[in-house]
Ligand binder design. Structure first.
Ligand SMILES: [Fe+2]
Length: 271
């Protein structure tokens, strides 16, 4: 099984650029084409929040038009730039999405059980796993303790070293970590929000952030580093399930040279 992640697309209305610089609609269109052309093709796409830039209805319409081009099922959770009600209006045919309350759900029909978490706090850039959401998650985990499981959420529950992002990570993360520790079926915790590939060993599992197919948060590990972005090589995260483990890969979007063979027609390593 192959899972693709698309995160932090920050879609704008047609003709508008994010922060006056980033053509996020074009970049998502290229990302969708990239995923559809992968061999083997991913079985499913997880969209881990910040779908739109300002949560406007016209931005969701634009995002919907682009995501609809995906050749495989896709599942969405919100990020801090999203507005749940507007998101529900555009994706009202996504039957897994609850009609009210937190946009959290379980995807059961794959070899990996995937649990989408809603970490958003209305009007705030930071995230939270409150008691209500933790209780819901615990119930889901207890119902299938032996099935390999992936959690996906927008705000990472750990600090990356990029301070201006760390102040808006997922709060109450220690409580989430304790819950994760008690459920060894959790193979992976997949996050967005920081627009970079980052990972850490976390409470007995792997917790990773995937890159955005648009702009990257600038890598600045100095204390009080500026809040800034760069246009770095764009990528998505792929998770390959081999029956035992989930293996994380990056797949870069764009035209790159190759593939070139290592060996010649006689099977000899090319000198
Ligand atoms: Fe974002």
């Amino acid at each position: 099984m192959l899972i693709a992640q698309i995160t932090d697309t920050h879609i704008k209305s047609p003709g508008r650029l994010s922060y006056g610089k980033v053509d996020t609609c074009l970049y998502l269109w290229q990302c969708v084409n990239h995923i559809n052309a992968l061999l083997p093709r991913p079985d499913v796409v997880l969209v881990t929040g910040d779908i739109t830039d300002f949560g406007r209805q016209e931005e969701y319409v634009q995002a919907g038009l682009l995501f609809e081009q995906l050749a495989m099922p896709y599942f969405l959770i919100p990020g801090n730039h999203d507005l749940s009600d507007e998101m529900r209006v555009e994706f009202n045919d996504h039957s897994y999405m609850p009609s009210h309350g937190f946009i959290q759900y379980v995807i059961e029909d794959f070899p990996i059980r995937m649990i989408g978490l809603d970490t958003t706090v209305s009007g705030q850039p930071y995230g939270l796993m409150c008691k209500e959401r933790l209780n819901w998650l615990e119930k889901q985990l207890m119902s299938q303790p032996n099935k390999p499981t992936l959690l996906f959420m927008h705000h990472p529950p750990f600090k990356t070293g990029i301070e201006h992002m760390d102040v808006q990570n997922c709060r109450n993360a220690d409580a989430l970590g304790r819950l994760v520790e008690h459920h060894p079926q959790i193979k992976y915790v997949l996050c967005g929000h920081v627009h970079r590939q980052i990972e850490v060993a976390w409470h007995g599992t792997l917790c990773a952030i995937g890159p955005s197919p648009a702009h990257a948060v600038a890598l600045d590990l100095s204390p009080k580093g500026d809040s800034a972005f760069r246009l770095e090589p764009r990528a998505i995260k792929l998770l390959y399930w081999n029956g035992t483990d989930l293996i994380g890969h990056l797949s870069f979007i764009g035209g790159y040279e190759g593939p070139y063979p290592f060996f010649d027609n006689d099977g000899l390593l090319i000198e």
